[in-house]
Design a protein around this ligand. Structure first.
Ligand SMILES: Nc1nc2c(ncn2[C@@H]2O[C@H](COP(=O)(O)OP(=O)(O)OP(=O)(O)O)[C@@H](O)[C@H]2O)c(=O)[nH]1
Length: 358
């Protein structure tokens, strides 16, 4: 399937997770570019060293270039995951310290730090990236200003070191500031996506999940269930003679009763169950890991609780509900169970209403 279509489907399925995945993909892309630059630079350094007759240095540079190539192929082969930026950052840090100490070709090793500034901010974000660069800068200072630092073969004169550090600090601060803007936009996008997603899945009148959200929850249960094939049940409940109630007492009271029924269903079901407004005066309760007998007992309890809502009105209102119960195994299609619950709910209506048909 083409990438654009996959992205579109992912966005439809889970927009909040999709926004998070985009951020990870951006970081992995940055990791890939850093490896390509490192490959090009170490490869050219190897060629330059070879041309200057420094066989040892050339072999080391080609060896590093091969390692970087391996890392590049590796990150493209594995599934995108948050360890990739960490591993690439660690590899480039090692490479930097090697070049800093050895000087690379013509004492240019120190300049690698300049590439690491935008690189680390891209890999780790402005906060962790700036922290990693502060550690890198501090270690560089120790190497450069500790008299006779063990292993330091390169020669950097004093004014070069001082200028380099000033540029490094300024570049780190400016890049981090620039990235805070991107970070804020990203956070706002996430918050907005979460908010829109929640609104799109919520019924405005009752605050319950709406039909779209319920269908998605059923789909998720079916997908999860494919692995462990658990049992589930579904209740479809429809308020009885609701049209008459609306006609006699007004739409506003009808709305109030729908809210009260929704609260009652929510209060008397478990956290893992899903209660949704399936249609106008129709509700759906999805019960994962529940058998038919348990579901029938729950439906009976809910029927009694909903009937009791009417007793709080003076004079009492005839608020009753008819339930259809059906079940199935998670992993298969849920269409059949939904159709069966619906059919049974109509059987309950025909049998006189205010009943559970299981
Ligand atoms: N107040 C209010 N009424 C609604 C809402 N959604 C649907 N209804 C009403 O619910 C009533 C449903 O009527 P019917 O489908 O004829 O069913 P019923 O009167 O409940 O009869 P049975 O289902 O056969 O027991 C209609 O009058 C709808 O207008 C809503 O959001 N608020």
């Amino acid at each position: 399937m083409p990438r654009a279509q996959l992205d579109h489907e992912r966005l439809q399925q889970d927009p909040v997770a999709y926004v998070g995945e985009l951020e990870l993909r951006r970081r992995i892309l940055a990791a890939g570019f850093m490896l390509i630059f490192s490959l090009a630079i170490t490869g050219s350094m190897g060629v330059m060293a070879l041309m200057d007759g420094h066989i040892g240095l050339a072999s080391t540079m080609f060896g590093i270039a091969l390692t970087v190539l391996g890392a590049y192929l590796g990150i493209n082969l594995v599934k995108p995951n948050p360890h990739i930026p960490l591993a690439v950052g660690g590899l480039l840090m090692l490479l930097y310290f090697y070049l800093l100490l050895s000087g690379g070709v013509n004492n240019t090793g120190l300049l690698w730090a300049v590439m690491l500034v935008p690189g680390f901010i891209n890999l780790f974000g402005y906060r962790n990236g700036a922290l990693a660069l502060a550690v890198l800068g501090a270690l560089t200072c120790i190497v450069l200003f500790y008299p006779e630092f063990p292993g330091l073969e390169a020669k950097y004169d004093v004014s070069y070191r001082a200028r380099f550090l000033a540029v490094f600090v300024a570049l780190t601060v400016l890049t981090a500031i620039l990235d805070t803007g991107r970070h804020q936009t990203q956070q706002a996008l996430r918050a907005l996506t979460r908010e829109l997603e929640s609104q799109a899945g919520t019924d405005a009148l009752t605050g319950l999940a709406n039909r779209r959200e319920a269908e998605r929850a059923i789909m998720r249960l079916m997908e999860q269930g494919e692995a462990d094939a658990t049992q589930y049940t579904v209740l479809i409940g429809d308020l009885d003679n609701f049209k008459q109630l609306n006609d006699e007492h007004g739409h506003a009271l009808g709305d109030k009763i729908l809210r009260e029924v929704a609260d009652m269903l929510r209060q008397h079901t478990r956290g893992g169950d899903l209660v949704a407004r399936w249609g106008g005066e129709e509700f759906l309760v999805l019960l994962p890991d529940t058998g038919r007998e348990g579901a029938r007992l729950l439906a009976e309890k809910l029927r009694g609780k909903i009937m009791a809502i009417g007793d709080d009105y003076v004079p009492p209102l005839p608020i009753t509900i008819s339930f259809g119960v059906s079940g199935g195994m998670a992993g298969a299609s849920a269409d059949q169970s939904l159709a069966e619950a619906d059919r049974k709910m109509y059987v309950a209506k025909q049998a006189g209403r205010n009943r559970v048909e299981a």
